[in-house]
Ligand binder design. Structure first.
Ligand SMILES: [Zn+2]
Length: 119
């Protein structure tokens, strides 16, 4: 019989030597710790994206390109980690949230437009 330890809780396990964890709880804790917090569900991600789009829409009344300080978006709860697309146009990196496109300039100004009308 072989004796080895669970790589999460270090308890001694008996049985097959290729077993790494004593149970599913230890397996989950190990993977959560190693690969970051619990992965977000599609539903959670979608709700963040929809919220981001709602915030962008508040700032874009018409079709023109407008500039808004990044912190104004953040103060409304905009989460810059989530977007639906990304495109490099010259020196600008365009981020998309569905139909709204925006760039983040170094001075903290976001330039944004509806329907991807950036040039
Ligand atoms: Zn364990």
């Amino acid at each position: 019989m072989t004796m080895h330890k669970c790589i999460q809780c270090k308890r001694v396990m008996t049985g097959r030597s290729d077993k790494k964890f004593c149970d599913d709880g230890c397996r989950n804790s190990y993977h959560n710790r190693r690969y970051g917090r619990k992965t977000m569900s599609i539903k959670q991600v979608n709700s963040i994206l929809r919220k981001n789009r709602r915030i962008l829409q508040v700032f874009i009344p018409g079709k023109e390109v407008i500039q808004v300080p990044k912190r104004s978006l953040e103060s409304k709860g905009f989460d810059f980690r989530f977007f639906t697309g990304m495109e490099q146009k010259g020196k600008k990196t365009l981020m998309y949230c569905y139909d709204v496109g925006y760039t983040i300039a170094e001075d903290g100004l976001c330039e944004m437009a509806r329907n991807m009308t950036f040039k």
